[in-house]
Design a protein around this ligand. Structure first.
Ligand SMILES: [Zn+2]
Length: 143
C-alpha cells in the first residue's frame, strides 16, 4: 500500500526556496498535517538545522517540542519532515535511516544539482531499522 501525501505548490516552493538558500548546507523543517490516507499537509515549518556537520541535519528539538504542544487537542499533528541533499542524492542516506525511528512519518527530500533544487522526493518511514517505503506525492494548486 502506498500512502498519498497532498501538498500545495506554495508549500513545495517554500521547501525548494529554503533548500537553495541553505546550500551548500542542508536545511530542514517540519510538516504539519492531518488525515491518514491521504495525509494532507496543512503547514510547513522552517526549523533551524542544529546539526554540527554541514552534511547532516537535525531539526531543532525545541521547535519540535513547541509544535507538539501547540497542536495538542487539534486535528493536526506533526506528520513528518523535509530536508535537503546538497550532494544531489535522491534517496534517504544511511544516516537518514538511523534517524527515522518513528514509523509512518513523511520524509521529503530535496536533491540539489549545483545548488538548484530538483523535484522533491517523498518517503514513508517504516520505523527503527526498517527503512523507507515510497509514497505518492500529490501536488495541488494553492487555494
Ligand atoms: Zn538525508
Amino acid at each position: 500500500m502506498t500512502v498519498t501525501v497532498e501538498l500545495t505548490n506554495d508549500q513545495c516552493e517554500m521547501i525548494t526556496r529554503e533548500s537553495e538558500k541553505a546550500f551548500p548546507r542542508e536545511c530542514c523543517g517540519l510538516l504539519i498535517g492531518t488525515g491518514d490516507d491521504p495525509v494532507t499537509v496543512t503547514d510547513v515549518v522552517i526549523a533551524e538545522n542544529v546539526a554540527e556537520s554541514p552534511s547532516r541535519f537535525l531539526v531543532d528539538p525545541q521547535c519540535q517540542f513547541d509544535w507538539m504542544r501547540k497542536l495538542r487537542g487539534t486535528s493536526d499533528r506533526i506528520v513528518g519532515l523535509y530536508h535537503s541533499h546538497p550532494n544531489g542524492r535522491c534517496d534517504p542516506s544511511a544516516y537518514d535511516a538511523e534517524m527515522a525511528i518513528e514509523p509512518e512519518q513523511i520524509w521529503l527530500i530535496v536533491p540539489l544539482c549545483n545548488g538548484q533544487a530538483e523535484e522533491i522526493k517523498g518517503f514513508w518511514s517504516r520505523g527503527l531499522d526498517k527503512g523507507f517505503d515510497t509514497l505518492s506525492l500529490s501536488i495541488t494548486e494553492s487555494p
